[in-house]
Design a protein around this ligand. Sequence first.
Ligand code: UDP
Ligand code: MG
Length: 319
Amino acid sequence: MNTSDLKLWIIVPCYNEEAVLPITAPLFLAELQKMIAAGKISSASRILFVNDGSKDATWDIIRDLSRSDEHFLGISQSRNRGHQNALLAGMMEAKERCDVTITIDCDGQDDISAMEQMIDEYRGGSDIVYGVRSSRETDTWFKRTTARSFYKLMNKMGVEMIYDHADYRLVSAKVLRHFSEFREVNLFLRGMFPLVGFKSTCVYYKRSERLAGKSHYPLGKMISFAIDGITSLSIKPLTLIVVLGLITCLLGFVGIIWAIAEVILKNAIAGWASTVCIILFLGGVQLLSIGVIGEYIGKIYLETKQRPRYIISEKTWEE
Ligand code: UDP
Ligand code: MG
C-alpha cells in the first residue's frame, strides 16, 4: 500500500442539519478512508464540521461523531453567522494544521467522489481547485435561469467568478495563509479566491438533490447574497450612477429646449402631465442612486468596525 504525508482537512458547514448529517457523515468518512487507503492522503487527515449556531440537534450529532471516530472533528460558532462565515471559521481553524482543505456542503448535493480528482489536481501543481457543476438538470427552470443571470451580471460588474462554481473547492494551506490577510467582513468567498491568485484549475461534477432536510437559501436570501457579492467586490454600480445621471441631465436638457420651443411657437402648454412625469422620473433616479451609494456606505460602516468575522465557542477537542 502506498502512503502519503498529505494532510487533508475537509470542512463542512452545518446549520440545522440534523436530518441529513447522520446520512452524509459516514459518506464523507468512507471517501476519506478510500483516499487514505489509495495512498493519496495521510491517515492524519480530518473532517471538520462547523456548526453554524444550529438550533436543532446538529451540534450533539457532531459531538457524537467526534467520539465515534478520530477522523471527525467539530467546532461550533457562538451563533448563526451564515454559510460564508462558517466556511471562513473552518478554513482559518484548519490552515495551520493541514496541507490542504476542501470545503463542501453537508447535504450531499456536491459529489463527494470529486474530491479524489481535486487531490490529483493539487498534486499536479494547482493550489486552488474549483468544483464546477457540469449540469443543472436537477434544478428547476427558475433556479437555473436566475443562477445563470446572476453569473452574467457579476461578470458584467467586473467580478471575476468561475461559472457554476459554488463553494465546493480545494484550497491549499499556503493560499489560506495569504487569504487570511483579506480582512473584509462582508464575505463572498467564490469571488475572493480568484483575487488571491496562484495556479488554479477546475474539476467538473454533477450536482444532485439534497439527501434530506431543506435548503436554507430561498430566493430572498439568494438575491441579498447576489447584491452582497456585487457591492463587496465591484464599484461599477457607482460608475453606472454617474452614467445614469449624465443621461438624465441630457434628457432634461432636451426637455428644456422643447419647453422653450413650445413657448416660442406659442403653443398652449397644458404642462401638468409632463411636469409630473419629469419630477417622478427624476425622483426615482435620485432615490435609486442614493440607495446604491447607501449600500456602499453601509459596507464601509461595517468594515470600519472591524468586528470579528466568527467566534468559536466550543470544540470537540482539547487544546
Ligand atoms: N449553512 C450554514 N449556515 C447558514 C445556512 C447554511 O452553515 O446560515 C450551510 C448548510 O448547512 C449547508 C450549506 O451551508 O451545508 C449550504 O446550504 P443549503 O444546502 O441550505 O443551500 P443550497 O444548497 O440550497 O443553496
Ligand atoms: Mg444545499
